[in-house]
Structures are given as C-alpha cells and as structure tokens.
Ligand binder design. Structure first.
Ligand code: 5RP
Length: 225
C-alpha cells in the first residue's frame, strides 16, 4: 500500500466512528471512500450495526452489498442523516472540487439531500485556492461537441475524459468534460455560469455543502468542523 493509501485508509476508518446505529448513510465514491466502506462493513459485521447506505455510484453499491451493507436508492429513502464522501480539492472554507471519479452528479444529489456532509481526504487534497485539479462537468452526449467549442471559446481549456480511446460514460450515461482552469478566482460566479450552460448536467464545484472534513495527516487524522 502506498503512503497516500495509508492516509486514505486512516480517514476512512476514522469517519465510520461518526456513523450511528439506525441511520441512513450516504456513501460517496472513490478510493478513499472504498476504505471507508470496508471499515463500515466491518462495523456492520462485528457490532451488528443497523444502517442503510445510499450509494452514489454503481461501484459503491456493489462494494457495499458485497460486504453485507444494505443499500437503497436515493428515491427510496425519506432522508439521509450523514453522507461521507471523498474530494479532489478542499479549501479552508470547505469549498471543494469533486468528480475525479466521474460520480459528482449522483454525489451532489445525495449531498444536497443529506442533513450532514463529511469529506474524507488525505492532506494532499487541502489547497489554498481551487482550480489546479481539472473541474469536471457531466454533460449530455447530444450536442457535446458544440458545448465543447463554447467552453473552448470561453478559455476554459476543456478536455473530454477518455479511457481506452472511448468517452468515459457515467452511471447516467453521460460524458465528462474536464476544465483545465489552473485557478478559480471566483467559485460562486463560475458555479452560477456553469449551472446556466445548456447541456451541462452538473459541475464538480461543491460549495457550502460540507460540515466536517477529516484530513489524513502524518501525525493522525484531523477532524475539522
Ligand atoms: C468521485 C469523487 C471522489 O470523491 C474524488 O475524486 C476523490 O477520489 P479519491 O478518494 O479516489 O481520491 O468525487 O466522483
């Protein structure tokens, strides 16, 4: 295991301590969350913890179910108590970029329907300013080449996310365009602009959604509120 993976595992294990019995828990997506779901599966097994998970991707749903964690879809629950997710960049005000794993549409839907949101990150994700990490957009395939040109004209340095020569497809059968912005000076203004772009289903700016961040540091996990 790499050192970064050790930090991810550490925050995953720390995060599940916040999960209470008989609650509904949003389960994020990504390599850090994978460690968290492993630790949650262990608690379900050892302590007979009774929870329902609401997964933010097919990947997470399969992992959770394989560990004996029951899951429901977002429209099968009336609320979510706490969602635990990873992030690609987080600033001091808990604003962040997500979607490195291409799941930010479902992740945002689950996040806005959660009473509390927690992010778990290794310390490399903490930044002074957002934007070095490419900002993902989930886009409708229809007309996406035209949308791409519009984004290019605005100077946003778009790039379709590809794998093995094919467009990456999300769980909602959309494509991903990553914006190579370098720095995001005004995240709220950019979010508003992207919200209004026809063809963009959701962007990876997660603003004012998170209450707690657990940061994996050399000397142990740091819980920030
Ligand atoms: C997926 C995400 C992930 O939470 C984010 O990419 C962090 O992933 P990882 O824990 O693998 O670094 O937003 O859409």
């Amino acid at each position: 295991m790499t050192h970064q993976d050790e930090l991810k595992q550490l925050v995953g294990q720390e995060a599940v301590k916040f999960i209470e019995n008989n609650t509904i828990v949003g389960l994020g997506t990504g390599s850090t969350v994978k460690f968290m779901v492993d630790a949650l599966g262990q608690r379900v097994k050892d302590e007979h913890l009774s929870i329902v998970g609401v997964p933010t991707s097919e990947r997470t749903r399969k992992q959770a179910n394989s560990l004996g964690i029951p899951t429901k879809g977002i429209d099968e629950v009336d609320h979510i108590d706490l969602t635990i997710d990873g992030a690609d960049e987080v600033d001091q005000n808990f604003q962040g970029i997500k979607g490195g794993g291409g799941a930010h549409l479902w992740e945002k839907i689950v996040a806005i329907n959660s009473h509390k949101n927690m992010w778990i990150v290794d310390e490399s994700k903490m930044v002074d300013q957002l934007g070095a990490f490419p900002l993902p957009l989930e886009v409708i395939p229809y007309g996406s080449q035209q949308l791409f040109k519009r984004l290019e004209n605005r100077g946003y340095k778009p790039e379709f996310r590809m794998k093995d020569g094919k467009y990456v497809t999300t769980d909602s059968n959309n494509h991903i365009i990553d914006l190579h912005l370098g720095r995001i000076e005004h995240p709220n203004e950019l979010a508003l602009e992207l919200d209004q772009l026809t063809g963009v289903v959701e962007h990876g700016l997660f603003l004012n959604l998170v209450n707690t961040v657990i940061v994996g540091r050399e000397d142990g996990p740091e819980v920030l509120h």
